[in-house]
Design a protein around this ligand. Structure first.
Ligand code: SF4
Length: 381
């Protein structure tokens, strides 16, 4: 059974993701919720984010999505709060969120008088992505379905900086006239992988308030104003889900006809095309012949081909007192903290340098050890 996109649309989408990933320094995910609230049920086909100036600060926390509710929680780096206050209770989803936050190293748990308290292990960077690009796929414009309404929703709410329509159809002036002017248009041939920019997208005002169209009826539309702050949070949530999810969201099928391309797509010899195994494969398929699935390492590919980091160094926060020590690799400092190393140099013997995970740090001494690590004597709280 086909759920969501048709097999043709899924094939188009997977082919397009491979080409975008090859051509741009973007991080991609497929099928990401892109409504501004629970009221709007919008799912964008492809979400792309471009790294911002604090990207490495985000990437080093975890390769996974930080559960968005934790980012709206009163929990912070400076203050540990009772576990039950982090998300306003401890029901199943709240507990799952907190446990995920602990597992990926975004949160730490400590005990005060025997009661569990939660603290954020690291500051969350504000500027880790610079742009969000939403791409709506409609291979065949002769069956547009809700396309115009979807694009009008995207432009009205302006959660993305750019909206692009990708199609295989030859695009006429009549087509362009039915598409909001701010929406860019690509023509893409999934067989040849040729991508042509028919119209560049305009910049949307993602930093200002927007209008969410929650329902369209014949003679009216229900709308809901969304504030700039709500949009900022919604954009951050979209970016988080995109960062953690990726676009190779399928397992290779256990079928003789399947092979994995260099870009991590699944090629089917029987149908002589790329396929989305989650949409097409199984014993009911006419070409199915059971075999071991081909080997695919989507995380290795993603790590090698995009700015996403598979195994980041993570964040280790320690409860520390006067003259405790922490050990860091100079290579990691140079790689991830090149802007701060200058500050570190000037802070030796002084105070005021604040690294990730510490609300305050005063450096007393820095020594280079024989094994190549730096020993930093400090206190922080
Ligand atoms: S199950 Fe069908 S679609 Fe999937 S690889 Fe085999 S032949 Fe191709």
């Amino acid at each position: 059974m086909v759920v969501g996109n048709s097999p043709n649309e899924s094939q188009f989408e997977i082919s397009l993701c491979g080409i975008i990933e090859q051509d741009a320094e973007w991080i991609l995910a497929r099928q990401i919720g892109a409504g501004g609230s629970d009221r709007g049920k919008r799912v964008i086909d492809i979400c792309a984010l471009s790294p911002g100036k604090e990207f490495i600060d985000r990437a080093r926390i975890s390769a996974a999505t930080i559960p968005p509710p934790l980012l709206n929680s009163p929990v912070g780096v400076a203050t540990a709060i009772p576990e039950s206050d982090v998300l306003g209770g401890l029901n199943e989803w709240q507990t799952d969120c907190i446990e995920t936050g602990l597992q990926i190293g975004f949160l730490t748990r400590e005990f005060h008088s025997g009661q569990p308290y939660i603290r954020q292990a690291v500051s969350y960077p504000d500027c880790w992505f610079s742009k969000l690009i939403g791409i709506e796929n409609k291979p065949d414009l002769s069956t547009p379905g809700d396309l115009t309404a979807q694009l009008e929703f995207d432009v009205s709410i302006s959660l993305f900086d750019h909206i692009i329509l990708a199609t295989e159809t030859y695009v006429t002036e009549a087509h362009l006239n039915r598409i909001p002017q701010t929406v860019g248009v690509w023509r893409f041939d999934p067989e040849s992988n040729e991508r042509t920019v028919v119209r560049e997208p305009m910049m949307l005002d993602s930093g200002q308030a927007g209008i969410e169209i929650t329902q369209r009826l014949n003679d009216r539309a229900d709308i809901y104003p969304i504030t700039a702050d709500e949009k900022r949070r919604a954009r951050r949530d979209i970016a988080e889900r995109t960062y953690g999810k990726g676009w190779r969201t399928y397992d290779p099928p256990a079928c003789q006809s399947a092979s994995v391309t260099a870009g991590g797509q699944i090629f089917c010899d029987h149908f002589e095309s790329l396929i989305d195994p989650s949409q097409r494969c199984g014993p009911d398929c006419p070409g199915y012949a059971e075999d071991d699935p081909p080997v695919m390492n989507p995380d290795d590919l993603r790590d090698a081909r995009t700015p996403w980091i598979k195994n980041p160094p993570g964040v280790e926060r320690r409860q520390s007192g006067l003259s405790e020590f922490f050990w860091v690799s100079p290579a990691q400092i140079l790689l991830h903290m090149s802007d701060k190393i200058r500050h570190l140099s000037s802070s030796v013997g002084g105070a005021g340098w604040v690294p990730w995970g510490c609300s305050r740090l005063e450096i007393e001494d820095v020594n280079l050890r024989d094994d190549g690590t730096l020993c930093v004597s400090n206190y922080f709280n």
